[in-house]
Write a protein that binds this ligand. Structure first.
Ligand SMILES: Cc1ncc(COP(=O)(O)O)c(C=O)c1O
Length: 649
């Protein structure tokens, strides 16, 4: 295994002090076991220190000389700037003279991990403190316990039934699965019977510790590990905050899990119409003016949920939105499914929690090193009801969670804290290079922020996460399907998603230079074939307006009836127009419902869905039922409609 390097940056404007401290620290550590690869380096000014923190992702801690009389150096500015740049750093103050216990010194104490006294020159002691803190921060309590348990080679007299893989090993039929997955995949697949591995449903041991470390890392008061993705995380929060009939303000084009949460919680949704970039068929953020108006007009709303950043990397200027909601006592939930990395590089900050959100849900698995379905729920709500949350969390969580997923969240957090900044800096460099080289093909063009924003959100302070790259392929002479097929068949490249004229790439901390080179090679070769650009078939206009007749929950729980989407002439079935949908109809990807339960079906909706089904055969259409070849939608019957409470228009 590669050994880590942990650089400790010592900052002093006093050249003599800097030199003697560096010398003293290096001498003190010589000959000591050094598992974290601690090295010391110096900076002679605030500016030099900040530059080093910026460019050197291996710096893990900073020791700043600080004089109480401030004649020599006031470390407060540096500490403030270092915290803002890299919140995961360990910060220490080397105090000269006697500390005065004024408010400003208290402020300093709140911001740093600890103090040393310059005159004592106890370098060995300082080094021990720094090392102990690195040890504490980089711990993986759950993963360690899991490894320890596996190493004990205990006999399994409990679930799962494969019994540490013994049911598969040596089988003439299924041994192949065992060898493909590897021994430890089965040995580490354990159950709640194993006391020393704690319980996800009532954590008091190593899971509790791992969650506490995650809360600290992500800037939350509490963090919960969710093993059924952000899809479940959103539902848990809704059920905690909302009782049936409570108003929820939500981006109409939120992920389908949010709309499922509305059904489960029995919420009264107030849909906020998001911006749409029709040129590229992309949903964007809800305009600020729409959000502010909704908050103003619905002071009785209990919660607001927005997606930031979106699938395409667009993120809100959240602070003023959250502040406006809080003035009305509305709780704010931010779906950060695509933004779990944000805390670990200033290019992506502020995060939702840093902007004041009460809850943030993150698919750690989408962008950091966690296994699929492994997500986190971060909580900063000052009125948090831990008991109610726990009940709802447990309602949605299997009593047999996958332990390797929990371990992957523990490890994913460790990595983000210890090397997230360095890896994200590399990812950002690769993204910049990729953008430039893709544009240099003269055929493919990366959409920049200005291209992605529709007119109505141009002045909303929206920013772009540059690790999400949307490429306009319309000059390539290929349809999106042909382009994706060629990339896959000839070049072994699989992209994240597409629209009728774009494909999207997701760069993460796992993106390597080799992958970038291979992708660029593929794009250059495709570009070199100089095909004549073709007219691309536009997907029918995405629909916006949502006329809701009944609460989604009321419509969903109707028996309903199936009605065909097309008539005998294969035209949109006119009988469906004006009927109320009972299910969610969701083109996937991107997973944004075209119809929600309780919504009146319009000709526009139907044309959009049928057009999509014809032109995008690869898009799944969740919610559509096939009666033979006939696509149908479940709608509320006329009799059922009479018995439901009609919502005010
Ligand atoms: C905005 C958004 N929220 C939530 C989810 C669900 O996340 P998960 O796959 O972790 O369940 C997705 C998935 O694509 C998403 O795009």
């Amino acid at each position: 295994m590669v050994k880590p390097v942990s650089k400790i940056l010592v900052v002093s404007v006093d050249a003599l002090q800097l030199r003697s401290t560096l010398r003293g620290l290096s001498a003190a550590t010589r000959g000591e076991a050094n598992p974290f690869g601690i090295k010391f380096l110096g900076a002679a000014s605030r500016q030099e220190a900040l530059e080093l923190l910026h460019v050197d992702g291996e710096v893990q801690a900073l020791m700043a000389a600080h004089a109480t009389d401030r004649a020599t150096f006031d470390a407060r500015n540096l500490i403030r700037a270092a915290r803002a740049l890299r919140p995961e750093l360990d910060l220490y103050v080397i105090q000269s003279g006697m500390p005065d216990h004024t408010a400003t010194e208290h402020w300093l104490a709140d911001q740093v991990e600890g103090f040393f006294h310059a005159d004592e020159r106890d370098y060995r002691g300082w080094w021990r403190v720094v090392q102990a803190q690195l040890q504490k921060k980089s711990r993986t309590p759950f993963y360690d316990a899991l490894k320890e348990y596996v190493a004990m080679a205990n006999d399994s007299w409990h679930t799962p039934g494969h019994s540490s893989g013994d049911s598969l090993r040596g089988s003439p039929w299924v041994d192949d699965f065992h060898s493909f997955m590897g021994d430890n995949a089965f040995r580490a697949d354990l159950s709640v019977s194993v006391d020393m591995l704690d319980s996800l449903l009532d954590p008091k041991g190593v899971i509790d510790e791992a969650q506490a470390l995650a809360a600290q890392a992500f800037g939350a008061k509490r963090t919960y590990f969710a093993t059924n993705g952000t899809s479940t995380a959103n539902k848990v929060i809704f059920q905690t905050l909302l009782t049936p009939g409570d108003k929820l303000l939500l981006d109409r084009n939120c992920h389908k899990s949010v709309h499922h949460g509305v059904v489960l919680a029995g919420a009264y949704p107030v849909y906020l119409t998001s911006s749409i970039n029709r040129r590229y068929g992309l949903f964007g953020p809800v305009p600020k003016a729409v959000i502010f108006a909704a908050i103003e007009n619905n002071p009785d709303a209990k919660a607001l949920i927005l997606t930031s950043c979106t699938y395409d990397g667009l993120r809100y200027d959240l602070a003023p939105i959250i502040a406006a909601a809080h003035v009305r006592g509305i709780k704010v939930i931010i779906d950060e499914a695509w933004f779990a990395h944000a805390r670990f590089h200033p290019a992506f900050r502020p995060t939702a929690l840093e902007s004041g959100a009460d809850y943030a849900t993150q698919s750690t698995h989408k962008v950091l090193s966690a296994l699929s379905q492994s997500s986190m729920i971060h909580v900063n709500d000052p009125d948090f009801d831990a008991h109610s949350f726990r009940e709802n969390f447990n309602m949605h969580t299997s009593t047999s969670p996958q332990y390797t997923m929990i371990a992957s969240l523990d490890v994913g957090r460790r990595q983000a804290v210890m090397e997230g900044y360095r890896l994200l800096s590399r990812t950002l460099d690769l993204a910049a290079e990729l953008r430039q080289e893709i544009n240099a093909t003269g055929v493919f063009r990366v959409l920049e922020l200005g291209d992605l924003l529709s007119d109505e959100i141009q002045h909303d302070g929206v920013q772009l996460d540059p690790t999400k790259i949307t490429i306009d392929i319309s000059k390539s002479g290929l349809t999106v399907e042909e382009f994706q097929q060629e990339l896959f068949d000839k070049y072994h490249v699989q992209v994240e998603k597409s629209t009728f004229n774009t494909v999207s790439l997701l760069l993460t901390i796992g993106t390597t230079r080799a992958k970038v080179i291979r992708l660029l090679d593929a794009l250059q070769r495709i570009a070199a074939t100089k095909r004549v650009p073709r007219k691309l078939y536009r997907v029918p206009e995405i629909t916006c307006a949502t006329e809701l007749h009944f609460l989604p929950r009321d419509a969903y729980y109707c028996n309903g009836e199936l009605m065909a989407m097309i008539d005998d002439d294969e035209q949109p079935n006119p009988a469906l127009i004006g009927r109320v949908c009972a299910d969610q109809i969701v083109p996937y990807p991107p997973g944004i419902p075209a119809l929600v339960p309780g919504q009146v079906i319009t000709m526009e909706n139907l044309r959009f869905l049928l057009g999509l089904m014809k032109s995008h055969k690869r898009t799944d259409m969740h919610g559509v039922v096939y009666d033979g070849y006939l696509p149908c939608i479940r709608v509320v019957t006329q009799t059922e409609a009479k018995s439901l409470t009609r919502l005010p228009i």
